[in-house]
Design a protein around this ligand. Structure first.
Ligand code: FMN
Length: 215
């Protein structure tokens, strides 16, 4: 079956992956995701997960260099591999492309100038997707975890692709929602690009202080 036949919507208007599968295999649950994840090139710099984690460092200064579409595809696809409560995928990603909107987003993010980055993804909670018969507050709790994990997966994927990022949690929720015209509450803004400089990772507390062994 041709993917475009039957008007099947496999990607949103304005976001078209660089490469798409020619044929659909009905045994594969999400053909496009599968295709993007398996697609080679795009200079995957690091395939060692632990090296990726150990080297990641937030960046607030990005080069003007645009990020290749294949890399954006992989970063978005990585988010979609994250576990979610009940596999209901209680989150949405808003991919901000308009330079004007990025400027407004800087304002909505407490005037943090680096939010105007080459790639800007806003992760929103969508508790209405979480179809458990649980109290509302649990659904909201699941949705924030879904959105946060997804953003974390994207952040690591960006690092693996030789990019850097800054996680933005300081923003005016309502201003961001107005900007992207949604009633979904954002959980984080992930700004991605090529770093001006590669820096050493920041120190962390000792593991013995972090881990509380409980028998
Ligand atoms: C929940 C959360 C919120 C954050 N919010 C901001 C933010 O609004 N602005 C910013 O510049 N950095 C923000 N950061 C990035 C942290 O400052 C950064 O991750 C931290 O200093 C550790 O540095 P590292 O990422 O290089 O290891 C946030 C990170 C997290 C996880």
């Amino acid at each position: 079956m041709d993917l475009k036949k039957d008007g099947e919507k496999i990607y949103p208007l304005g976001y078209e992956p660089q490469e798409k599968p020619d044929v659909v295999d009905d045994n594969i649950r999400n053909n496009l995701l599968d295709f993007i994840l398996k697609s080679g090139p795009s200079e995957v710099v690091d395939t060692d997960l632990f090296a990726v984690m150990a080297k990641r460092r937030s960046t607030r200064k990005f080069l003007d260099k645009p990020v290749e579409t294949t890399k954006v595809d992989k970063i978005i696809a990585a988010a979609d591999t994250a576990p979610t409560a009940g596999n209901f995928q209680g989150f949405e990603i808003f991919y901000i492309k308009s330079p004007e909107k990025k400027k407004l987003l800087v304002k909505a993010c407490n005037k943090q100038p680096y939010v105007d980055a080459p790639v800007v993804l806003i992760f929103c909670k969508n508790p209405s997707r979480v179809k458990f018969d649980f109290p509302d507050y649990i659904l909201k709790k699941f949705a924030i975890q879904d959105a946060t994990l997804a953003a974390g997966y994207s952040q690591l994927a960006a690092q693996a692709l030789g990019l850097s990022s800054i996680w933005i949690g300081m923003f005016d929720e309502q201003k961001v929602m107005d900007l992207i015209e949604t009633d979904l509450i954002p959980s984080s803004v992930l700004c991605i690009g090529y770093p001006e400089q590669t820096k050493f990772p920041k120190p962390r507390r000792n593991l013995k202080d972090l881990v509380h062994v409980t028998w």
